[in-house]
Design a protein around this ligand. Sequence first.
Ligand code: ADP
Ligand code: C5P
Ligand code: MG
Length: 253
Amino acid sequence: MALANHHLYRGHSLLRRIPSDVRAAVTSRIVFPRASVVAQASPMATAAAPEAPTAQAGSAQKRVVFVVGGPGSGKGTQCDMLARDFGVPFFSAGELIRSLIASGCPEGKQLQDIILQGHIIPSEVTVGLLQKAMATTTSDTVLIDGFPRNHENRTVWASQVGYDCDMVLLFDCPDEVMLQRLLGRAGQGSRADDNEETIKKRVKNFKSQMEPVLEHYRAIGKVTTIRTDRPIADVYAEVSGIWRQRFANTTAA
Ligand code: ADP
Ligand code: C5P
Ligand code: MG
């Protein structure tokens, strides 16, 4: 499905059938103040966080770090380590989408079909999920993995969230290395989109659709690039060094 086609979904039934709490976050800049249960229990948030409100959690402006890079470049691996060592809440756009699908929502099949084609789902849905996830933490700094993925993701974030990220960490890794890593992960059997055909589409779409996003962020000096075709520990030495230098006083939720 071409990117343009998913506008069919946006004005169509897909958004109307998104669960009401996500839809509210999608359609309003005032997100639900929910407790940080997901972020406290695990740095990885899920779509479902139906917990009681807290005083501080909510839509206050945060320092947001977007972690972007091709599929298999190591975003999840490195974000897990940053979350563990610095206590920074970490939200994965892809995980939030997979959790929404796993929740059995009626539009799940349409979303899964888009993912299996290696395309990007409607940005209002993803930004709504991220807003809801961010509202679960009082931390003033959050890591967001796998977002933005295209120009529309970025512009919908700007209009729905109302402020921009502080920094974009770009993981740069050769296509062939990413392919081999994901085929290795496929052996663990957890993701339907980790098959060679879909991986190749994901890589191709990442490169073409991220170009304008990176151009934008480079022009305003927000991109820090890290080569990730190195051992995990070597990549982390650089990533954690950047984090320490930039966010020494990070306060976790
Ligand atoms: P992403 O979130 O960017 O798609 P992941 O962090 O999930 O990537 O990593 C994809 C696969 O590659 C996983 O099986 C992971 O263990 C492995 N991996 C991640 N970083 C490295 C690395 N630096 N060297 C070798 N394998 C890696
Ligand atoms: O980042 P991750 O590999 O978990 O993403 C898996 C898939 O989820 C992507 O290939 C894409 O289909 C979908 N996705 C999306 N929009 C995002 C992030 C992920 O549509 N911002
Ligand atoms: Mg990932």
